[in-house]
Design a protein around this ligand. Structure first.
Ligand code: PCP
Length: 399
């Protein structure tokens, strides 16, 4: 029995997680004594669904993967907004140095960027005042739960549910109580009281109220049992039993307020997506989002060689030449994508006269990381500032 069906970090670092044709390419080039000094860029030609922007994530692991390989890397920062046809990474070096890592580099940024983007879209839908928690690790292979929830956190989730993920992020894991506890103890109030007695006081008391009876009555009972110690009630009611979820939540809200429990929040989970967040936001204080974020569609990046031994070369359908992405820090209107070696770039935005900043910056030289290393919380804070700068946090903003 091999154990878990996952690649080890050593296998990934050794380039063993590669499509076999890259290994065969290396063998052919070696047999022919050939190589070339290239610049290769990673670009998404399209986005999933109706996305017209995406959030970049995965660079920290790419840097770890390539550390020690004699290449230079330019990249945009993690948590940066990007658009289609804008390079997010460029690797420069002998093709034989890094060609076999194409599979792994793409794998590290496609999935993470999709998750970060979904989390950012949920963040925008929820607005700044609603709690947004990653609840979806259970939908994916446990080996990558920390990566998944790091991307969800960078994208704007306030917290993550998985202990190992929270350790990676340096945060406290966030949770409530499962149906299993209530079923084993046989009663929602008793399970909530046990939670209150046993669990350390800093953990918010959030009771799950949809196991046995109508949510309204369970909410009142747990509020009366815990009084001011009850932070919120969670409704995770499966859609098959939900009926009009907004009406149920409004009724629970009414009954709690009627009895003086205005401070008891409503927390929802189970099938929550951006649309549900927008619909329920008027009456909900927090969202636990699982599958919608953790099983986000991947961003379809590809790696393309755009310069060989200094000459602009690209395959059919791909624009050759090493590039830069220029963004106005004022209006954030359409980015410019000039040649990296362009003699001069515009330093002022033609739309608003604002400053123009190059997004692709040096992250590695000769296999030695050189970019600033930020903590996840700082990357997340920067992401939220960027989403606001793009106006994505405005009510009904164009996503
Ligand atoms: C699930 C659990 C997850 C939620 C739903 C994620 O409820 O609460 O965190 O759902 P999603 O992937 O559809 O967004 P249950 O399966 O009832 O689990 P539990 O009793 O542990 O809450």
């Amino acid at each position: 029995m091999k154990g878990f069906h996952i690649a080890t970090p050593e296998q990934i670092k050794a380039g063993a997680v590669t499509d076999v044709y890259f290994q065969r390419t290396a063998a052919i080039l070696d047999a022919k004594g050939l190589d070339a000094y290239v610049r290769a860029e990673f670009v998404a030609k399209s986005f999933p669904g109706d996305w017209d922007w995406a959030l970049f994530a995965g660079l920290e692991e790419v840097t770890h993967l390539l550390e020690g390989i004699d290449v230079n890397v330019r990249a945009i920062e993690e948590g940066q907004v990007f658009r289609t046809l804008e390079p997010v990474i460029e690797i420069e070096g002998g093709y034989r140095e890094f060609g076999i890592y194409e599979t792994a580099v793409l794998g590290l940024i496609c999935q993470a960027s999709g998750i970060a983007t979904r989390a950012a879209r949920c963040r925008v839908a929820a607005g700044p005042d609603r709690q947004l928690i990653s609840f979806g690790a259970r939908r994916m292979h446990p080996a990558i739960a920390p990566m998944i929830e790091r991307a969800a956190y960078l994208g704007g989730c306030d917290g993550v549910a998985v202990v190992a993920s929270a350790e990676l992020l340096g945060t406290d894991p966030v949770g409530t109580i499962p149906h299993a506890l209530i079923l084993v103890m046989g009663d929602t109030v008793r399970a909530t009281q046990a939670f209150d007695e046993v669990i350390e006081k800093k953990v918010p008391r959030i009771s799950l109220i949809d196991t046995f009876t109508d949510e309204k009555f369970a909410a009142i009972q747990v509020a009366e049992a815990l009084g001011g110690r009850l932070a919120a009630v969670r409704l995770d009611t499966p859609s098959s039993r939900r009926g009009d979820f907004f009406d149920i939540l409004s009724e629970v809200r009414w009954e709690l307020d009627l009895r003086g429990y205005e401070d008891v929040g409503l927390f929802v989970s189970g099938g929550i997506d951006e649309e549900a967040i927008r619909e329920l936001k008027p009456v909900v204080d927090g969202f636990g989002v699982g599958t919608h974020i953790s099983a986000a569609p991947v961003v379809d990046f590809s790696m393309d060689i755009v310069e060989i031994d200094g000459a602009h070369v690209a395959k059919r359908g791909k624009w050759s030449g090493a590039k830069q992405v220029l963004r106005c820090t004022g209006c954030h209107e359409d980015d410019l994508v000039p040649l990296h070696h362009a003699e001069e770039w515009p330093d002022r935005c033609t739309e608003c006269g604002g400053d123009v900043e190059p997004l692709l910056t040096l992250q590695m030289k000769g296999g030695v990381p050189s970019g600033a290393r930020l903590e996840p919380g700082d990357i997340r804070a920067r992401t939220l500032e960027r989403l606001a700068a793009f106006g994505f946090d405005k009510e009904g903003s164009a996503l």
